[in-house]
Ligand binder design. Structure first.
Ligand SMILES: *[C@@H]1O[C@H](CO)[C@@H](O)[C@H](O)[C@H]1NC(C)=O
Ligand SMILES: *[C@@H]1O[C@H](CO)[C@@H](O)[C@H](O)[C@H]1NC(C)=O
Length: 291
């Protein structure tokens, strides 16, 4: 009897642990170190695992080959606070995917294959504090309203992407921003960069390595310079170019208006002249008939 119990005990422990794990629905080949964490990092996954518990709060999916997230993903996992998708194969985020992530605090989309961050991508993720978008080698387009609604965002990582420019509104719309990483992008210091440059100078305390940590290419000679070597004066020509364009437009529209005015008065004068001649002829005719 006694040896039998000794043999049964480990079996029972094993069975109960299997049963417990099944009760928590830990996805196959993932680890669930606590009741609210699912760790599937580095498992060679080519899609999101099935059977992720609905009450998951920390979901670790880094170092896999996941190419897409279904747009209803965060509707299902509405308790998610921490989502790590670093080093996957995501090429785009479907609109609306992140619009319901009201509890999400941390989101890592670094080292993926994103090409563009369209307007309103993150919806009203009001809890989001840290957003990583670095090391996406084809990410060349970030919409001015890409981060709209991220009222709590403190840290934004956009370093080592393919950005040559960025509308300043994308950053200035973030009321809680404390840290922004922009280094390692192929920035071009042309006239489009002037507004961003002014913002970076004013907010250099938000850049981990200051403005000197960011390099850009000069459009004139293709030279790489650090932003600390430039000043507002470097972009002075842009204003002159703008006023020159404006001036040209003004001159051109002035000329057009004058030409139209001259043609109209000429036309009116001809009509008046014609009328006068006709009325004279009629008068002459009448006088003749009276005689
Ligand atoms: C990215 O993930 C792949 C595949 O899991 C892995 O082999 C590689 O080491 C990871 N790269 C980095 C920088 O972590
Ligand atoms: C990443 O995107 C580029 C251009 O959009 C494409 O050529 C490349 O095949 C993609 N790579 C992966 C791993 O999906």
């Amino acid at each position: 009897m006694l040896p039998c119990v000794c043999w049964l005990q480990p079996l029972l422990v094993f069975l109960s642990s299997v049963w417990r794990a099944q009760g928590e629905h830990c996805p196959a080949s993932c680890l669930c170190p606590d009741a609210h964490t699912v760790d599937c990092s580095g498992r060679g996954l080519t899609r999101l695992p099935d059977e992720i518990p609905l009450d998951v709060r920390r979901l670790l999916l880094s170092d896999n080959w996941i190419p897409r997230i279904p747009s209803d993903f965060l509707v299902l996992y509405s308790d998610l606070v921490y989502l790590d998708l670093r080093n996957n194969s995501l090429s785009h985020i479907e609109p609306g995917t992140l619009s319901t992530s009201s509890r999400l605090v941390f989101l890592d989309l670094g080292s993926n294959n994103l090409t563009e961050i369209p307007s309103g991508t993150f919806g009203q993720s009001r809890s989001l504090i840290k957003l990583r978008l670095s090391n996406n080698p084809f990410l060349s387009m970030v919409n001015e309203d890409a981060f709209m609604g991220l009222t709590s965002l403190r840290e934004l990582e956009l370093e080592r992407n393919a950005l040559s420019g960025l509308q300043v509104g994308a950053l200035s719309q973030l009321p809680s921003l404390r840290v922004v990483r922009l280094e390692g992008n192929p920035w071009v210091c042309n006239c489009n960069f002037a507004n961003l440059f002014a913002w970076l100078e004013e907010n250099s305390h938000k850049l981990p390595n200051g403005v000197e940590g960011i390099q850009c290419t000069l459009p004139m000679d293709g030279r790489q310079v650090s932003l600390s070597q430039l000043s507002k004066d470097s972009f002075r020509e842009c204003q002159i170019t703008l006023t020159l364009t404006d001036l040209l437009i003004i001159i051109f529209s002035g000329i057009s208006v004058s030409v139209v005015a001259i043609m109209t008065s000429f036309f009116l004068a001809s009509i008046v002249h014609c009328f006068q001649r006709t009325s004279k002829t009629t008068k002459g005719d009448m006088e003749e008939s009276e005689e």
